[in-house]
Design a protein around this ligand. Structure first.
Ligand code: AMP
Length: 547
């Protein structure tokens, strides 16, 4: 054996053990389903996670077994994350916003042994229990005195009772870092959902890279409030990144409305947050209508779908909150790129710096990317040419859980596998990527492409527009033409012609939507993104003017 460095596996349990040893009194604060605030420390969290891991082991949960959750962001969810992964199991976070039948399908596909749930989701559990015969126990994440009586759920257990079966002197096993620790299903656009299975190694490396200053840039001086749910790609890694850096964690539980988030940001001196654009609309509307400011909140990561430039500016100019625009996917654990400035940008005029920050950004070390054309040839990084975005890296999926869908990778001349993201993007000479669209959402007009994201971003900059979505509508001459679908702000008035004129001079004339339709609401998917499939369904019989 060569005299090398210590060979210590990169294990998820080490992240929490590190926090418990080196940041023992740093707090984890959670708003509970009951409405009250719960607070304890990393040391407490570690002890309870160890106890739970021991309890699950005693209950016969084995290395590799899947344990599901249907839960909000909270301390018990955090304990399950670490107990399950730490003992060698696989934490399978299920998105409660999916249809119960789809949830049952996922639970059965994953062959989950136990499912832990917040009381909010009891109706889902009641609807699926009979459909999921392999689940050995349904664990209600509550105190004993709150355990509901439900005839429809066999083997209903109380979380605190299960925990009490274990011993907190449990010693975390030294697992293979390449073994599985987490499972997330991605809402497949075609066919059934597919699972991305994370390893201890991929999760740890992702957390290291994500914490870097030019990535998410988290530190022990931060108080982090993940608005992004722990069931949406592990809250973008924050439950791992916070213990790694020693940051305080503030979990919002089920209360994601503007008022509740604002109160928590203020009372817990939150400096840092993360979420999809739609959740920030609620917060910004609340602070604007009440004339409020943030005392400590300084940075937020926004991603999951394109962050409208108008939102970046509002946060920065009116509230002194820096927006970090990020791109990622379930298959990437999720982080791929983030937009932060480099030295060369610092002397640029403000408008040009802003343009950089509006992009989806630069890769973090570990991820490589490229754009390719129809013949899979590499396309130039000129900020204009767009093509299919491919990525590779140690936290990018190699194959879906159980091999579903076959080999998803595309191989280059050197035999290296690249994951096709399904996104269409440009990359500029400095390596900043900008998403044009999902390849299925891009509007094909007269053999050219129109970016629905660009048209949406411009529409939401209009003061009367609350939400906007653009879809392609069949056109006999041009193939497809854009239709703008708009939700107006409460009490605001705007006409179709005003909105169409609003595009003048901001885009190529032929990109201008052919028509505008006003609606009460735009359908959102399970992770808060605009559900274009549903919108296309709604407008399937719609004809453009003059067609
Ligand atoms: P999911 O796996 O559900 O998180 O979805 C991943 C997809 O969300 C990506 O492939 C993109 O299409 C989209 N997405 C994520 N972040 C962004 C962003 N900042 N801008 C535009 N699209 C994004």
């Amino acid at each position: 054996m060569q005299a090398l460095m210590m060979d210590m596996p990169l294990l998820v349990s080490n992240l929490l053990r590190h926090a418990a040893r080196h940041f023992p009194d740093v707090e984890i604060v959670s708003r509970r389903v009951e409405g009250d605030l719960h607070r304890y420390t990393y040391k407490d969290c570690h002890a309870r996670a160890a106890r739970l891991a021991d309890a699950l082991t005693r209950r016969g949960v084995h290395v590799g077994d899947r344990i599901a959750t249907l839960a909000w962001n909270g301390y018990r969810h955090m304990e399950i994350y670490y107990a399950v992964a730490g003992m060698g199991g696989v934490i399978h976070t299920v998105n409660p916003r999916l249809h119960p039948e789809q949830i049952a399908w996922i639970v059965n596909h994953a062959n989950d042994q136990y499912l832990s749930f917040d009381l909010t989701f009891l109706p889902i559990v009641e609807a699926i229990a009979a459909l999921c015969p392999n689940v050995r126990g349904w664990i209600a994440m509550c105190d004993r005195d709150r355990l509901p009586a439900s005839a429809k759920v066999p083997n209903l257990l109380c979380y605190e009772d299960v925990l009490a079966e274990g011993d907190d002197r449990y010693v975390w096993p030294e697992l293979d870092e390449r073994s599985a620790c987490g499972l997330c299903y991605t809402s497949g656009t075609t066919g059934n959902p597919k699972g991305a299975l994370y390893s201890h190694r991929s999760t740890t490396l992702h957390a290291y890279a994500a914490a870097l200053p030019d990535a998410m840039g988290c530190s022990a001086r931060d108080s982090i409030l993940p608005v992004v749910p722990m069931f949406h790609v592990n809250a973008w890694g924050l439950p791992y990144i916070a213990p790694l850096t020693g940051a305080k964690l503030v979990f919002p539980g089920p209360a994601l409305d503007g008022k509740s988030i604002y109160e928590l940001l203020e009372s817990e001196r939150v400096t840092y947050s993360a979420g999809v654009p739609t959740v920030w609309q609620g917060l910004l509307a609340y602070v604007a209508s009440n004339g409020l400011k943030f005392s400590t909140f300084r940075r937020t990561v926004i991603g999951g779908s394109a962050c409208p430039p108008a939102m970046i500016r509002t946060f920065q100019d009116q509230y002194d909150v820096e927006v970090i625009h990020a791109w990622g996917m379930t298959e990437l654990s999720p982080l791929g790129t983030l937009s932060r400035l480099q030295n060369k940008h610092l002397d640029l005029p403000e408008a040009d710096r802003q343009k950089v920050l509006e992009k989806q950004g630069h890769v973090i070390y570990g991820i490589d990317m490229k754009i390719v054309g129809d013949a899979r040839n590499d396309l130039p990084w000129d900020g204009k040419t767009y093509g299919d975005l491919l990525v590779r890296g140690p936290w990018v999926v190699k194959e879906y859980f159980k091999g579903e869908g076959g080999d998803p990778l595309e191989y280059d001349g050197e035999g290296r596998g690249w994951f096709p993201t399904g996104d269409v993007a440009t990359i500029d000479a400095d390596g900043y990527m900008q998403i044009t669209d999902r390849s299925k959402d891009v509007i094909k007009s007269g053999g050219e492409w129109i970016s629905s994201i660009d048209l949406e971003n411009l529409a939401v900059a209009h003061p009367a527009v609350a939400q906007a979505a653009v879809i392609g509508i069949a056109h006999p001459k041009w193939d497809e033409r854009p239709l703008l679908v708009v939700v107006k702000k409460p009490g605001a008035e705007v006409t179709k012609d005003e909105l169409i004129r609003f595009y003048d001079g901001k885009i190529a004339k032929w990109w201008t939507p052919d028509d505008v339709q006003f609606v009460e609401a735009i359908p959102l998917g399970a992770t808060g993104k605009i559900l274009k499939t549903k919108l296309r369904e709604t407008f399937k019989d719609y004809r453009l003017p003059g067609v």
